[in-house]
Design a protein around this ligand. Sequence first.
Ligand SMILES: Nc1ncnc2c1ncn2[C@@H]1O[C@H](COP(=O)(O)OP(=O)(O)OP(=O)(O)O)[C@@H](O)[C@H]1O
Length: 571
Amino acid sequence: MFSIFKRLPPVQTILAIVFLFLQTGCALYLPYLMAGMVDQGIMAGDFGFIWKQGGTMLGIAALSLTGALLNMYIAGRIAFRLGKELREEIFTKVLSFSKTEYDRFGTSVLITRNTSDVTQVQTVVEMFFKFLILSPIYLIGGICLTWKLNPALALPFAAVVPFMALAAAVIYRFAVPLYGKMQSLLDRLNLLFREGITGVRVIRAFAREEVDYEKYRTTNRDYTGTAIAAGTIMSVFVPLITLIISLAALAIVWIGGNSTAGGNMDVGAIMAALSYSAQILMGFGLLTNVLLILPRGQVSARRIREVLDTPLSLQDPLQPEPAGAVSLSFIGVSFSYPGAAKPALSDISFTVGKGQTLAIAGGTGDGKSTLLSLIPRFYDVQSGSIRIGGTDVRSMVQNDLRKLVSYTPQKSALLAGTVRSNLLLAKPGAGDEELWAVLEDACAAEFIRELPEGLDSPVEKGGANFSGGQRQRLCIARTIIKEADIYLFDDSFSALDFKTDAAVRGSLKRRLEDKIVVLVAQRAGTTANADCIAVLDKGVLAGLGTHNELLKNSPVYREIIRSQGYEEEAA
Ligand SMILES: Nc1ncnc2c1ncn2[C@@H]1O[C@H](COP(=O)(O)OP(=O)(O)OP(=O)(O)O)[C@@H](O)[C@H]1O
């Protein structure tokens, strides 16, 4: 939490504290003035003094109000600005993450940290300026000023301080951990709720509604139970403290009454002491609130720091080397996912030249997507190297590397916006004619033309308003409109019918004839047309050659062709 406070703007922070002191100082001074008004003005019938004192009190009250308003305004500004900065910083940091860091956190955790955790920290900062400083001033100031009025009246307050300290300790010891637990249960509830919404079709398809509902219900029950336990502690201690302070007020009246009867004390002092008892009670109430919110803020601040302090596994080299893509080579490349027992790829070597197409074939989980994702450096290899035009990709500036490469992921990833905005992502400034040409090449022009808004037709998040095949075609269009040297397609044709697949492949051949193309292919029609095929078997290169060579020499390739019923298609 301290690291978060270090970020606050110093001038505004000091101003907020100064105005808070002004507010509380004036509020504390008012009962003191009132004591004088009662004893020297009302009791003595001195109207001149009453007017004078009344005017002073009005002025002090106005100052207190001004202090409170300015404090609230500045505290609010500081807190909301901090929230804005944290959200922006988290977003920027997350954008710089490689897939290793994304895999470590997961999407829903990152979303919770950028929303609810930032809000928690924001609330703590606001509460700090409004209440955390204010409550000790009310507590200590109230007792001191009562002492100044009459030491005998301060005795009941002094007597209740140990009880209040005990209550605060009990709340901190027992209620605060419960509030911390509530925070993590809330995270889990969010996660389950999000999974329930995003995976609703899968859940229904497998008739898992009951199981998932049970998981949610159990967590929800834990959350409610914890909230009730925390609430119970609070509901015992808060009234108890109110009772203790009320007893102190009663004691003040009793001591004051006796002293007044004996002629040793003035009525005004008793009235002021009673006002202080109300302020002390308020101070304690605010302190309790802060005690509860502070640990939640601490947890959230830690979770935010975890994201912001995550070291990036991919760094740009200090002395980057330029690269022109005349060839793409894998030289003895091995790679394991963090925490995985076995490497996803072992000792892979091959070279693809300009104007050539390399197809990657293999069974499920054999490492095809992994191989592709190493080229734009979504992950770094653990041994060996990937070279573009002879330069190790780790020696290039990441941005330069990504300009050389155009990539279609396995899962069609369209962004919310329009067809046009999705295509312009890859080539900003492209005109209508160019956009339609690329849609033609990707066999997407026909269905886009049928939409009333054409290129400006809306695209929902993830392309949810298009079919799987349409999404793939739009993604292919976005990949090929980018001017790059290396084009990567991860199983990008799987949802296309054979006719469309052949048509798209035909136009890719024309459009990308002088480029390097690497594609993960499931169909023999695709692999057969490639200049070279790399066959993967459990992360190992089990064959490298043309379709005909591999049919002759590679049992693994033959098996893939046979098992997937490719023989007739390939023939
Ligand atoms: N993010 C990840 N974290 C840990 N292991 C992973 C991750 N992604 C993939 N793997 C593992 O790495 C291996 C290779 O996965 P990869 O996705 O590259 O296979 P693939 O050949 O593309 O499979 P498919 O044809 O089903 O898409 C698999 O054993 C998989 O379980």
